[in-house]
Design a protein around this ligand. Sequence first.
Ligand SMILES: C[S@@+](CC[C@H](N)C(=O)[O-])C[C@H]1O[C@@H](n2cnc3c(N)ncnc32)[C@H](O)[C@@H]1O
Length: 288
Amino acid sequence: MQEGQFSRTALGAAGHRAAHQVLEDGRFFADPLALSILGDEAQEAIDKARNEPLRRGLRLFIALRSRFAEDAAHAAIARGTRQIVVLGAGLDTFAYRLAPQADLHVFEIDHPATQAEKRRRLAAADIAEPAHAVYVGCDFERESFVDTLTRAGFDKTRPAFFIWLGVTAYLTHEAVMATLAAIAALPGGAEIVFDYVVPLEAIERASARAARRQLAAKVAAAGEPLRAEFDPPALRAALAALGFNEIEERGSEEIAARYGPKPTRRGAGARLIRAAKAPRAASSLGRR
Ligand SMILES: C[S@@+](CC[C@H](N)C(=O)[O-])C[C@H]1O[C@@H](n2cnc3c(N)ncnc32)[C@H](O)[C@@H]1O
């Protein structure tokens, strides 16, 4: 990312969610705030989506990954989880659509510059910052986000649900694995939904490889080049080695099949994972 600058890819992802509300009537992911958080730039995103039909695949994946993550987050909240952490939140609006509940906290972690721009946009759109929203500035490449989060009121001994969408591909492999290891080490137990990309050579379909090359060129030009790529079996093995005992993985076509849209044949090799780790036994918690 460009030092001190608002993330351009955060704007891009928000544009896809906004366009989905209009082009597909938000059928697969309804986000009533997706247009307003973009302000005047919403129309631009919609026009771009209309004029470039090949953007449909990425738009649907971005909408569906939020749907998948939020469905899992709602299930966790229903089971009693009261700490939600949105890593690299960008212009994500989950916290602002969530009904207030006693004891609920939604921690949004992001680069300070992106976070400041988001809060400016929230104010401009008259979207209230709910009491459960906690803003935490952090650079995953430079600091331990758990320490920063704890200083902001996060309780490591209580269960937490993490949403990490559209971020791992922009980090180094080491930063991604360090973040996953930190989450796995939380004594209160954790569940995470995140997406990642497979290496270009692992994408079978030529149209999908072309989509990846286009995406890579575009984000590099925006100063946020693609970096970490993962081989699916190796990543699942690494998650298991970290102690995640429940691992669910879906490719873009599988996620489309689950929620309904006609699967796109141009998925750029992006995949989604939900992984959960049970809390440490109370006896060992006491011995920490
Ligand atoms: C493509 S955007 C995704 C935003 C949001 N999760 C979404 O789905 O719309 C990437 C996000 O990762 C954040 N990010 C990238 N590198 C980061 C880093 N090293 N530390 C903290 N945040 C980072 C950016 O600020 C941006 O919000």
